[in-house]
Ligand binder design. Sequence first.
Ligand SMILES: Nc1ncnc2c1ncn2[C@@H]1O[C@H](COP(=O)(O)OP(=O)(O)OP(=O)(O)O)[C@@H](O)[C@H]1O
Ligand SMILES: [Mg+2]
Length: 264
Amino acid sequence: MSLDSPSTNQSSLEQVSSNQRLLKESKQHAYFVTGTDTEVGKTFVSCALLAACHDAGLSTAAYKPVSAGCDVTQAGLRNEDALALQQASNTALSYDEVNPIAFAEPIAPHLACAKLMTKGQGAPIELDAITKGYAALSEKKSDVLLVEGAGGWRLPLGQNSQGHEQFLSDFAVGQKLPVILVVGMRLGCINHALLTAQAIEQDGLNIAGWVANILEPEMPFLDENIQSLEHLLHAPLIARVPRAPSPSAVKECVNLSLLGLEKA
Ligand SMILES: Nc1ncnc2c1ncn2[C@@H]1O[C@H](COP(=O)(O)OP(=O)(O)OP(=O)(O)O)[C@@H](O)[C@H]1O
Ligand SMILES: [Mg+2]
């Protein structure tokens, strides 16, 4: 990403037409949803997107490959995000299909994993397992498949059983997934958004679109911050999401056509 590209609006338009071309070329539209940080609204926005797709007559499925912070239930570990995504998908999915790797403790997943292993429990996180779970969901052939990351873009997964250092971004890169970037609108978000976009682009992936999630409606210069990001990010703004009681209350804010997703 360079900050002196000829016209950022032009590059956003190019991204929209690339989104539309991809729509025509492939049957399933899969996206990796990342954010400028943890707790910026990745799950909230993903559920709104799934609801918007449902209303547009598209079949949907969602994947939360790695979660940390779960309730211990009789059925097993249950994570809030994964449950919300499971419920927002209109394809029937088991919990384990949506969230194959779960840790009880609400800490960085690689640390939760290491802590279990020092107690002689669990096993290293394997990128291959994440890829297999994704392939199984992909087989459902939903029109749209959303993958919610965890934390921000460069989430460490720790070393696999071969001693290879892994990141969740490696999975998105391996699958060549277009990325949807959720920007939590608050002071400092421009720097976080630009650094995240730079890392995604340096990893060779496209940002299919970004979302301005208005966490703090009273943020000073909110409009100017959004305009700056529109100017500096090489991707279309697909939704400006206000604070709302539920994701379905903001589903109409999502401009699916900018992602190349049209009504079925
Ligand atoms: N636009 C919004 N309106 C109202 N509440 C919101 C909005 N966006 C996010 N929230 C709330 O903020 C909190 C954090 O959002 P969310 O869980 O979607 O973030 P996240 O990026 O998915 O976090 P994590 O990194 O834990 O996965 C949640 O309680 C969510 O309901
Ligand atoms: Mg989440």
